[in-house]
Write a protein that binds this ligand. Structure first.
Ligand SMILES: Cc1cc2nc3c(=O)[nH]c(=O)nc-3n(C[C@H](O)[C@H](O)[C@H](O)COP(=O)(O)O)c2cc1C
Length: 397
């Protein structure tokens, strides 16, 4: 996805400038050609040598450098960029860009480019909330710049509030989404469920399962990075909420069903990667159940079968997490639930199933076509799935 993409990374004079090292490193590791531009103020926080070592490219810091070995034309990077990302972006650079200034190499590159520009503001809360900064941000949004909302938390300048640079994954997610805007799922509405449902026994306990949500999140991100409009319906997981994806958090199977019904009203595809409980306690105790002398018997009732019950013209793709007779069970599920495709997943095989970063699956379509994929990362599985979804959408319409 990022391989051979030229990403111009602008770094400005904010305290979070050191975090740009991680961004440059991860982008480079992902195969991108990272070209760093630093403002004069950024040089007060971190040295170009770090970025040159990480990216393998010269860092540009001065528009008027004449006899330097790294001298480049003032608009050269604006022309070769697939995307420009400024992280961290100070209040100052945001104001300069909003005014159309071109008073240093970074501002000049942004003004000259036809590539998409992503800005990740990072500053003290008061600077961020100042109406001047907010007006500048609104102006940039209006002009098509992508603005990544800063996160809240402890600020280096003291106190707590909004203004922190978000995690590297969020910034890279925004870059991937931007680069993938005209992918094979452009404009398609894809609903993905992820995680394991939680069926309450009492106010402190629930019946859950071992699903980590990793497969569903990988699918949601892969779809986003091909231009889809993604809604992720997730149970609480340990994973970060992905950038650029509408996310709704639910707990029980019943809650998930209600949200899936609403979200699929205009969907093109529903992908049910969540592990949904088949049974739920008949009643939920209002108070915590105390430990008694004997055992405890819970009466369970069936939960709704979400994928069979939601109606519509969209593609339905289910998952079968099995521990035995994988393919036979998956095919049965495919037919009985009226699915277009099922992803059969042997959760007992090594490196596959719950919690792992890899998965080994077989894709079975309703026409009987069966493709067994080797063990691969969940993101790679998601990409294979999205290749198939792209082709299937064409046929369904
Ligand atoms: C220690 C220190 C930390 C700073 N941190 C920030 C910051 O996080 N965000 C910000 O907008 N400005 C911050 N500033 C102010 C900017 O460095 C200043 O506005 C500068 O002119 C920005 O220039 P640039 O946008 O060209 O990089 C900080 C200044 C100092 C001295």
């Amino acid at each position: 996805m990022l391989t051979n993409k030229t990403i111009v990374l602008g770094i400005t004079g904010g305290i979070a400038a050191y975090k740009a090292v991680d961004i440059a490193s991860k982008l480079t590791q992902a195969g991108a050609n990272v070209r760093v531009i630093m403002t004069k103020s950024a040089l007060e926080f971190i040295t170009p040598l770090t970025f040159e070592s990480i990216t393998g490219n010269a860092v540009v810091t001065d528009m008027f450098q004449t006899n330097a070995e790294h001298r480049i034309n003032h608009v050269a990077l604006s022309e070769i960029a697939d995307v420009i990302v400024i992280a961290p972006a100070t209040a100052n650079i945001i104001a300069r860009i909003a005014c159309g200034m071109a008073d240093d190499m970074l501002a000049c590159t942004v003004l000259a480019t036809k590539a998409p520009v992503i800005i990740s503001p990072s500053m003290h809360t008061n600077m961020y909330e100042n109406s001047i900064t907010q007006e500048n941000i609104a102006k940039l949004k209006e002009r098509g710049f992508t603005i990544i909302e800063p996160s809240a938390g402890r600020l280096a300048s003291g106190g707590y509030g909004i203004g922190r640079l978000p995690d590297t994954e969020v910034i890279i997610g925004a870059i991937q989404q931007t680069l993938g805007k005209s992918g094979n799922l452009k404009g398609k509405r894809i609903v993905v469920t992820a995680g394991g449902t939680q069926e309450d026994i009492d106010p402190v306990r629930y019946i859950g399962n071992r699903s980590s949500g990793k497969m569903g999140y990988a699918i949601a991100e892969a779809a986003r990075d091909r231009g889809a409009n993604v809604t992720l319906i997730t149970t609480p997981t340990a994973l970060a909420i992905p950038e650029g994806i509408k996310t709704v958090t639910v707990r029980s199977a019943l809650q998930m069903k209600d949200v899936v019904v609403k979200a699929t009203a205009k969907a093109d595809v529903l992908l049910m990667a969540a592990a949904v409980a088949d049974y739920t306690p008949k009643t939920t105790a209002k108070q915590k159940i105390k430990k008694g002398a004997g055992g405890l018997t819970l009466e369970l009732v069936k939960t709704p079968d979400i994928i069979s019950e939601v109606k519509g013209k969209f593609l339905k793709i289910g998952f079968a997490a099995e521990t035995q007779n994988l393919l036979a069970n998956a095919k049965k599920k495919l037919a009985s639930k009226g699915l277009d495709m099922i992803v059969a997943n042997d959760v007992t095989s090594k490196g596959s199933g719950f919690g792992t970063d890899t998965n080994k699956v077989t894709l079975i379509s309703k026409d009987g076509k069966q493709e067994s994929l080797p063990l691969m990362s969940k993101r790679e599985v998601a990409e294979k799935l999205m290749d198939r979804v792209g082709k299937m959408i064409g046929k369904k319409r």
